[in-house]
Design a protein around this ligand. Structure first.
Ligand code: DSN
Length: 439
């Protein structure tokens, strides 16, 4: 790890608590020597990493800057305002709440600000690329509110096959008259037409909520269209493409909604904010405002395209025919009818390629098995990998999966060989703990 502070921290922890230190060291080694292809993960910079380990964690700061329930919050007010100001500049909006502990908590507060329990909202169902907080039955969103779902286009002959079908969105909204129309997804590889969502919402008197957790970094860099000014409320996580600490963020241009959001989040959903995380958010937003961040995000998208194309050349099918953003869904059954996401995830992990199984649209298999893999390029790009490396990764993926289909012995041999090659690539592209080495 090219981060002397991390090494010093680990040495200190070895003295303080060798047992915990060893687990952390093992995880650092895992991250250093494997290729991270999970679309929602990234490697933060040393500055973001170490801000999380500062004295900001020692303080209760319930409330908001200038209106706290505890004394001694002067510096916490400053850091929270800094994070708010940078978030507003980054996304071009008027109000930002930087306190959500996570994207799901951000969504909970956004729902409470816009709806009463029992109200109807429209969203994409989890199995088609949505999120559990977009209406899953056992989640708060499906328990306390009434979700109705718009489908993807399932007609293979349609030019929007496996993409958002805006006519279907309109039909669902006209039938159910939702209070909120949600867009923004966890496994959707195409550009989202926020203006179209607003047009449909206006027709039925709904508010638009955009959950840009996955594409926030692309949006911040101008590599994906912005949900502003179309969405009434925008939620996101801060740790995916945005490459900040694990956490959430809520934004709006509407003053009344901003007051409702603030009340909903605290005291409605959360107590004391995680001020060390808010400090790290301020630093991450500062990094994202720099020109290098745009260069990084452009490479993320180029890498995703290169990986999708290379996998297609190996006989895999990329759902919707490709990707416009940082992720893709790979239909494994196009390569071999018996391939499942569950096996592929496990086999690839043996070779040091970290992925997650994921349902594909209209998947016949259960979420614990799946016919697909979700792959993303934010973390590999942070590591400094480029298009030619994506071609290599696609070849590794195919070698491992082809061997797995032949049997355990073939898999063990091939996975071990690929594991060595992966390790060698990782050594050539060490993690600077988030400092990207472009090109
Ligand atoms: N669990 C996240 C993901 O992997 O996409 C969504 O919150």
């Amino acid at each position: 790890m090219q981060d002397p502070i991390a090494d010093t921290v680990l040495a200190f922890l070895r003295d303080a608590d060798p047992e915990a230190a060893q687990i952390i060291a093992d995880e650092a080694d895992r991250q250093e020597t494997t290729i991270e292809l999970i679309a929602s993960e990234n490697h933060v910079s040393p500055a973001v990493m170490h801000a999380m380990g500062t004295c900001l964690t020692n303080k209760y700061a319930e409330g908001y800057p200038g209106r706290r329930y505890y004394g001694g919050c002067e510096h916490h007010d400053h850091i929270e305002r800094l994070a708010q100001d940078r978030a507003k500049k980054l996304f071009g909006c008027e109000y930002a709440n930087v306190q959500p502990h996570s994207g799901a908590q951000a969504n909970t507060a956004a729902f409470m600000a816009m709806m009463q329990p029992g109200d109807t909202f429209a969203s994409l169902i989890l199995k088609d690329g949505g999120h559990l907080s977009h209406g899953m039955k056992i989640n708060f969103s499906g328990t306390f509110y009434k979700p109705v779902h718009y489908p993807l286009h399932y007609d293979k002959t349609h030019d929007r096959f496996e993409q958002i079908d805006y006519d279907a969105v309109r039909a669902v909204c006209q039938e159910h008259k939702p209070k909120v129309l949600m867009c923004g997804y966890s496994a959707y590889p195409r550009v989202i037409d926020f203006a179209k969502f607003r047009e449909i919402a206006d027709e039925v008197g709904a508010l638009v909520m955009a959950d840009i957790a996955h594409i926030a970094g692309l949006v911040a860099a101008g590599v994906h269209p912005s949900p502003f000014p179309h969405a009434h409320v925008v939620t996101t996580t801060t740790h995916k493409t945005l490459r900040g600490p694990r956490g959430g963020l809520i934004m709006t241009n509407d003053e009344e909604l901003s007051k409702k959001i603030n009340r909903a989040l605290f005291p409605g959903v959360q107590g004391g904010p995680l001020m060390h995380i808010i400090g790290a958010k301020a630093i991450a937003f500062g990094e994202a405002l720099k020109p290098e961040f745009k260069v990084y995000q452009e490479q993320v998208v180029r890498n995703a395209r290169a990986l999708a194309e290379a996998l297609t050349n190996h006989g895999y099918r990329i759902t919707s025919g490709g990707t416009d953003n940082h992720l893709m869904l790979v239909d494994l059954t196009a390569r071999h009818a018996d391939l499942t996401g569950k096996d592929a995830e496990a086999w690839l992990e043996q070779a040091g390629l970290i992925t997650n199984k994921n349902g594909i649209p209209d998947d016949a298999r259960s979420p614990m098995i799946t016919s697909g893999l979700r792959l993303g390029t934010p973390a590999t790009t942070t590591r400094g990998l480029i298009e030619q490396d994506m071609v290599q990764i696609a070849q590794w993926i195919d070698r491992v999966l082809s061997a797995g289909l032949k049997g355990e012995a073939e898999l063990a041999t091939q996975a071990a060989t690929v594991r060595d090659e992966v390790r060698e690539l990782c050594i050539r592209h060490p993690l600077a703990n988030g400092t990207p080495v472009m090109g």
